[in-house]
Structure formats: structure tokens, C-alpha cells
Design a protein around this ligand. Structure first.
Ligand SMILES: C[S@@+](CC[C@H](N)C(=O)[O-])C[C@H]1O[C@@H](n2cnc3c(N)ncnc32)[C@H](O)[C@@H]1O
Length: 187
């Protein structure tokens, strides 16, 4: 079945957690990953992989000794992601809120980069703030939290957690065009 139709059906049925009806374009996926030095990145985390459009791009870039751990709450997307048979991929059907304990269970102390498509503006504020704080905690020093958003309304909340270590990028070739935040853990 066409991946786009799959995504549309599942996303519409679960609009409160998907936050969109269209998957990211490959241009947005590439922009999200553009500044990652994959030769140095050994533990990567993806939050909200959906149908895996960014996941596939990450997997193509992993070095053989790197791992990708995905957090997805939606059962349809989770089942879909399970079909990606890749030895360096772990897909967890749990909320991004559990990032710290899940990484620990898998034997990782910190992540090098966290790539997030979570619909932060529609997740209740206390939960989205907790996810950001836990993500910051889970990152190694100089690691980045990369997030796309369709507007700039969430900038304040990101700044409250990541302070001034945030840079902004933009991808026009996406429906709708999207901003990409890169938030660096300085200390
Ligand atoms: C906007 S979609 C992004 C899908 C895909 N990564 C893309 O860019 O097209 C957001 C995804 O986040 C997932 N999601 C929402 N809340 C979540 C949470 N608390 N933890 C993990 N995944 C979550 C949704 O189920 C959905 O798959």
C-alpha cells in the first residue's frame, strides 16, 4: 500500500497525537539530519517516527557500530515500523516521556542526537515540557535535539529548556513548509 495513504488514514484517525495529515517530505528529513556528523554519532534517538520517513534516512547514514532507538505511541505506526528489519534499529511502543529509563534499560547512558517530530504544540504543556527536560538530560554534552515545527509558537518553551543554544532553519519543500530547530546541550 502507498505509504502516503497509510499515513493519511492513521494520522486522521489519531489527529490529537499525530498533529498532521501528511508525512514529512524527504527534503525536510534531509534538512533535519544535515548537521549531524554521523561518523561520530553512535546512539541516536527518534521521537515520533510515524511511518518512518525520517527513520529510513537516519538508517542509511548510520555507521555499522551505531544504534537508532525510536519512541512511537501509535500502535498502527508501531506495527508498520516493526516491518523495517534492520539490526541497528530498536522501536519502542512507548511515549517519549520515558526516554531516560528506556535508554538506561538498553544499556546506553546518553544519546548523541535526538531527532523529534513530536507535535509539541498539541501535547499538553506539562508533558511536552517534561519531554524536553528529559531529552536534555539524555543528551551527551554537545549533543543536539532537532525538532521541526510548522510555526514559531513553540520557540519560547524550547528556549526555556535549551536557553540560547538554539539555531533555526527552514524547509520550504514540505507540506506545510517547516521550521527546524537545532538545540545544543552546552554543559
Ligand atoms: C507529526 S507525526 C510525524 C511522523 C513522521 N516522523 C514524519 O515526520 O512524517 C508525529 C508522530 O509523533 C507520535 N507521537 C505523538 N506523541 C508522542 C509521544 N508522546 N511519544 C512518542 N511518539 C509520539 C505520533 O504518533 C506521530 O507518529
Amino acid at each position: 500500500m502507498d505509504k502516503r495513504i497509510d499515513f493519511f488514514k492513521v494520522a486522521v484517525k489519531n489527529l490529537k497525537t499525530s498533529g498532521t495529515i501528511a508525512p514529512s517530505s524527504r527534503f525536510l528529513a534531509q534538512r533535519m539530519l544535515k548537521q549531524i556528523d554521523f561518523s561520530m554519532a553512535k546512539v541516536l534517538v527518534e521521537l515520533g517516527p510515524g511511518n518512518g520517513v525520517i527513520t529510513h534516512q537516519i538508517l542509511k547514514k548510520l555507521t555499522p557500530d551505531a544504534q537508532l532507538i525510536c519512541f512511537e505511541v501509535n500502535d498502527d505506526f508501531y506495527q508498520h515500523l516493526q516491518k523495517i528489519k534492520h539490526p541497528q534499529l530498536t522501536v519502542l511502543k512507548t511515549s517519549a516521556e520515558h526516554i531516560n529509563e528506556e535508554l538506561k534499560k538498553l544499556g546506553f547512558s546518553k544519546a548523541c542526537h535526538i531527532i523529534s517530530s513530536l507535535p509539541l504544540t498539541i501535547i499538553p504543556n506539562e508533558i511536552s515540557t517534561a519531554i524536553l527536560k528529559k531529552s536534555l538530560y539524555s543528551l551527551e554534552q554537545k549533543g543536539t535535539f532537532i525538532q521541526y515545527q510548522y510555526s514559531l509558537t513553540y520557540y519560547k518553551q524550547l528556549k526555556a529548556v535549551f536557553k540560547d543554544a538554539i539555531s533555526l532553519d527552514f524547509e520550504l519543500l514540505n507540506l506545510p513548509p517547516a521550521f527546524v530547530y537545532r538545540c545544543k546541550k552546552l554543559h
